[in-house]
Design a protein around this ligand. Sequence first.
Ligand SMILES: *[C@@H]1O[C@H](CO)[C@@H](O)[C@H](O)[C@H]1NC(C)=O
Ligand SMILES: *[C@@H]1O[C@H](CO)[C@@H](O)[C@H](O)[C@H]1NC(C)=O
Ligand SMILES: *[C@@H]1O[C@H](CO)[C@@H](O)[C@H](O)[C@H]1NC(C)=O
Length: 383
Amino acid sequence: MRFLVLLGLAESVVAAACSRVGQRVLHLDRRSYYAANWASFTFNSLLTWIKEQNEEPKPEEVKDWSSLMEEGEELIHLANSDSASITNLQVFSFTSEEEEEAPNTTEEEKAADEDAVKESSETESADSKEEEAGAAEKEDQPAQTEGEEPEADQPLPSSPSNPSEPVRKKISYAQLVKEGRRFNIDLVSKLLFSRGSLVDLLIKSNVSRYAEFKNVTRILTYRHGNVEQVPCSRADVFASRQLSVIEKRKLMRFLTSCMEETEEQTAYNGRPYLEFLRNQQLGESLQHFLLHSIAMVAEDTPTEEGLASTRHFLRCLGRYGNTPFLFPVYGLGEIPQCFCRMSAVFGGIYCLRHSVRCLIVDKDTNRVSLSLFATPSTAWSHD
Ligand SMILES: *[C@@H]1O[C@H](CO)[C@@H](O)[C@H](O)[C@H]1NC(C)=O
Ligand SMILES: *[C@@H]1O[C@H](CO)[C@@H](O)[C@H](O)[C@H]1NC(C)=O
Ligand SMILES: *[C@@H]1O[C@H](CO)[C@@H](O)[C@H](O)[C@H]1NC(C)=O
C-alpha cells in the first residue's frame, strides 16, 4: 500500500503513476477540497477559504496511542504541518462596496459572457467531460500552421486609436459576490506551455482526457500607461498596428535568426540579454516585448538563458493556437484533480478531511502497520 498525504500536484501525479502500475494507493488530505495549494475556487468559496485560513488553528488534541502498539513497534509522530505556505491573507477591494447602477453596455456584455459560461458549464458533468477529447489530444492532428490566418484586428482594450470609447467596465463588490460562481480563481496562477513537460505528461498519461483546455488567444503587456498586444506569431507581427513596417521586418528577422545558435549570440554568454537585444538594433518597444513578454526574463538575465526562453516560447507557438499557452477551462485545480481521478480509476482510495498524526512502524521490517488519523479519530490497519 502506498500512502500519500496532501492532494497537491506532485502527490497526485505519484498517486496516478502508482495506481496505474497496479499498486494500492491511499491518498488523503485534511482539507475538504482537492488540489491543495493548486486549488481553484469560485469567488464565494475563495472568501470562505480565506476566512478559514485566517482562523486560529485549533490546539491539537494530544492522544495516547501507545495502547495500540505491539511488541517491536515504534510510534512516529507526524507534524501537522499544513506547510503554511500561504500566510498573511488580506482582502483588498478596489471596487465600490456599494451597489452601483451598472452602465447598460456592461449588462449586455455580461449577458453575452453569461451565455459563454453557461455553454461551457453545461459540459461540466463528469460523463460528458469524459467523452469529450481533451484539447491536448489534438496532438495527433498535424499542428496548425503557425498562425497563417491573421485575425489580430480586434481593437485593443485601451487602444489609443479609439479615444472615443470612455466606457470602463465597472463592477461593484456586491455584484462580484452575486456573480461569484461564474468564474474560477486559481490559488496559484500558471499557464501551460503547449510543448512543455506538463502537457507532454498529460498526453502520455491520458490524463488530458479528464480535462478541457483552452488556448490563450493573446498576450498583453502594460507599457507607458497602455495595454498593448504582444505580437508573437508571424500573423500577429504582420497584423500589428503598433509596429512600423521597419519594426516588423526587424522583429521577424530577429525571431527567425534566434532559433539557431550563432557565434554572435555566444559572444554574449554571461552578459545580460537586454544588452544583446539592444545591440540587435531593435527599437525600445521590440526590446520590451522580447524581454518581458516573450522571454519573460529579468533585465539582468544572461543572454543564453534569455535566448533559451525565447526559443521555448517560439517552439510552443502554433501547436494549439496563436500563443504558446494553454489553460484548463475550469482552473488549474483541475490538473491535480485529474491525476487523482486517474488514480481512482485504477483503484486508488481517496479521503478528504483526514489527516495523519502518527504511524506505527514495525521496527524489523520498517513497514507501517498502522496509521492513526485525527479527524475523525480512527486507526487504520493495513498490510
Ligand atoms: C439603461 O437601460 C434602461 C432600461 O433597461 C433605460 O431606461 C436607461 O435609459 C438606459 N440607460 C442608458 C444610459 O442607456
Ligand atoms: C492511454 O490510452 C491508450 C489508448 O486507449 C492506451 O493504449 C495507453 O496504454 C494509455 N496509456 C496509459 C498510460 O494509460
Ligand atoms: C485555439 O484557439 C483558436 C482560436 O480561438 C481555435 O480556433 C482553436 O480551436 C483553439 N484550439 C484548441 C486546441 O482549443
